[in-house]
Design a protein around this ligand. Structure first.
Ligand code: MN3
Length: 195
């Protein structure tokens, strides 16, 4: 059984950048819904295996990708943020960003533009692979997200529920402010775990 991971801050602690009501709804309703959906899908898959009845497998695999990716990406997203912005120092990740993107400024501009231009719902994701190096992906919806060879280390949710209450259609402003609550120590840890 999957569980909602603990938040390392209170609902109001990302204020004024991400408002308390959005964090509460997003975490306790939306993310919980992905966790519940993932568990329900896994038990349906188990039943299908027991009864050898795979007639609904197409639906179940789609549900698995949708709820599974939703749960994983939200878990990364929450941990990627902190009430007190943690600056990216000249750690290994910084050196890698500079070598792969040319400069930190280039990386930030590419990430923000990617997040801004994801069509409709989705994510901007900085991901690592020890052969492929760092790349920024635009994930339109996440049920289609089957990118086997990458490990996300920084994920920015750009589904409307992550910003609409406070920012309405001003997604770019939300992304600017997301950068003010990034916990770069956490991103660095994710990076080191995956190389
Ligand atoms: Mn979300």
């Amino acid at each position: 059984m999957y569980k909602l991971p603990e938040l390392k801050y209170g609902y109001n602690e990302l204020e004024p950048y991400i408002d308390a009501q959005t964090v509460e709804l997003h975490y306790s309703k939306h993310h919980q819904w992905y966790v519940d959906g993932l568990n329900a899908t896994l038990s349906k898959l188990e039943k299908a295996r027991e009864t050898n009845d795979f007639s609904t497998i197409k639906h179940l695999k789609r549900e698995l990708a949708f709820h599974g990716s939703g749960h994983i990406l939200h878990s990364i997203y929450w941990d990627n943020m902190a009430p007190n912005w943690v600056k990216l120092e000249n750690w290994e990740l910084m050196q890698k960003i500079i070598s792969d993107f040319g400069s930190y400024e280039n990386f930030e501009a590419e990430f923000k533009q990617t997040a801004t231009t994801v069509e409709w719902s989705g994510w901007a994701i900085l991901a690592v692979n020890n052969e492929w190096d760092l790349q920024i992906f635009a994930a339109e919806k996440h049920q289609d997200l089957t990118i086997w060879w990458v490990k996300p280390i920084l994920a920015c949710d750009v589904w409307e529920h992550s910003y609409y209450l406070k920012y309405q259609n001003r997604r770019a402003e939300y992304i600017e402010n997301f950068f003010k609550v990034i916990d770069w120590k956490n991103v660095e840890e994710n990076y080191l775990k995956n190389i």
